[in-house]
Design a protein around this ligand. Structure first.
Ligand code: SF4
Ligand code: SF4
Length: 442
């Protein structure tokens, strides 16, 4: 069947068309191929970074049109940016892919690929709107607290699972356990130290972290206090817009960025602390996101320079004094947007390595994507499951009882992997383990 989209192939339009200078950096060496999860899974050049760059160049040059097939290759990309780390020619692949997606979504709404339009609509109308997101998550909380989730997942739920469509069963098995009250506090979260020499920092609450994993914010505040910080959480902040940028909805991402910049500027802090790697990476790139906006470009750049991932920030301070024992075998999953986008690999290892009693066992490929990638596990379930399966085999080989991450998307995905693989392991943020060591040392 020929779709409308095939009959009217798209072109890149608007101000975000990928830059030829960026694309010309690629020398086609192929060094990025072995690090690309979709190339590893398929062995197909067009599912590799080099293949996708060829396609994007050809669309930019007008040699081909953005047919459904071309867009399918772009859409299978996780935007994990492992190819950037591997690239000897510094090709800014993440920026090129975001620009390509934005240039497709800059076409008239009726011409946009329906799946892309639907994804952007969900991200804009639910994820970016706290009141709607809270209603959606309230159903999730009810599902957990009513005991229905445990029933469906337990031995007695086998009959229910058999009656449901496989796609729904897979989606259900990815849902997190929402058994805690959300963390939505604003104002002063940790008071300045009595001596008055504390560093004043602001915490990003984000859209999902505080709703799904409130313990990560609680631990972050305690750890920041331990390293001598006054912590505030400004009113008016919101979703960082990372997933909107990844999905090509840059106008929503830009509106969210402006709102956050204004809110955090009002807080008058020395650093904006982020404990979700994907959000931190996006906020460090607000300068690029708002580069076309004469009123905001400079402010955005200045703001980005003050953003710090919590692990990067804590590792740069005196965090190791007075730590108690945490006797546990731990493995670390490098979040893609920490290791590849922010180039932070040493900080989580320095923190875990300083905890007495903790044994860190590295996976074979700790910086390979787990298949989460925002909405990827929902829109590309088969590839996401393939990638997660490989990740869980790597994790299982370490024998770890604790799997540390630094991004809520990774936590959701790996928790689902733990359940499906039947592993006896917990998943948590690195900062929660450090918090445990701080409390054990008191
Ligand atoms: S971003 Fe990740 S999935 Fe996409 S091409 Fe690069 S390595 Fe492959
Ligand atoms: S490693 Fe870099 S230069 Fe080489 S093919 Fe990949 S993107 Fe191009």
């Amino acid at each position: 069947m020929t779709t409308t989209h095939e009959a009217h192939p798209l072109r890149f339009v608007g101000v975000d068309i990928p830059s030829k200078a960026d694309l010309q950096n690629c020398i086609h060496c192929g060094f990025c191929l072995p690090s690309c999860p979709t190339y590893i899974a398929t062995g197909q050049e067009l599912e590799s970074p080099r293949g996708r760059l060829h396609l994007i160049s050809a669309v930019v040059d007008g040699r081909i049109e953005a047919t459904e097939r071309v867009l399918g290759h772009l859409d299978l990309c996780l935007q994990c940016r492992a190819c950037e780390t591997a690239c000897p020619s510094s090709v800014p692949y993440g920026r090129i892919m975001e620009d390509a997606r934005a240039s497709i979504m800059a076409n008239a709404p009726a011409a946009q690929p329906p799946a892309w339009r639907g994804r952007a609509l969900f991200l804009r109308e639910v994820l970016a709107r706290p009141s709607r997101l809270r209603v959606a998550l309230a159903f999730g909380r009810l599902y957990t607290r009513s005991g229905l989730q445990a029933l469906v997942r337990g031995p007695l739920g086998a009959t229910i699972r058999e009656m449901l469509p496989p796609a729904l069963v897979r989606l259900e098995s990815s849902a997190p356990v929402l058994d805690r009250a959300p963390f939505r506090e604003t104002g002063t979260l940790a008071a300045p130290s009595a001596g008055g020499s504390s560093t004043r920092v602001a915490l990003l609450l984000g859209c999902l972290q505080g709703e799904m994993y409130p313990g990560v914010h609680e631990a972050t505040v305690r750890v920041l206090q331990h390293v001598g910080c006054e912590v505030v959480s400004p009113e008016g902040q919101g979703c960082c817009g990372a997933l909107h940028s990844h999905a090509g909805d840059v106008e929503t991402a830009r509106a969210l960025a402006r709102r956050n910049i204004a809110a955090f500027e009002r807080a008058g802090v020395e650093a904006v602390i982020v404990n979700a790697a994907g959000c931190g990476a996006a906020m460090k790139e607000y300068g690029h996101l708002l580069r076309h906006d004469a009123h905001w470009a400079e402010r955005a750049q200045r703001f980005s320079e003050g953003v710090r991932d919590v692990l990067e920030f804590v590792a740069s301070r005196d965090f190791a004094s007075g730590l108690g024992k945490v006797e546990r075998t731990v493995t670390l999953q490098d979040a893609c947007h920490l290791a590849h986008a922010q180039r932070i690999r040493e900080a989580p290892r320095a923190i875990l390595g300083a905890i007495p009693g903790l044994r860190l066992v590295e996976m074979r490929t700790p910086d390979r994507c787990c298949g989460s990638a925002g909405l990827y596990s929902v829109v590309q379930p088969a590839m996401s499951a393939t990638i997660l399966e490989a990740k869980m085999a790597d994790i299982a080989s370490t024998g770890a009882e604790t799997i540390c991450t630094s991004n809520p998307g990774c936590t959701i995905q790996i928790e689902a992997g733990v359940r499906r693989a039947g592993l006896d392991a917990e998943v948590c943020h690195v900062i929660e383990v450090l918090d445990e060591a701080i409390r054990a040392g008191r």
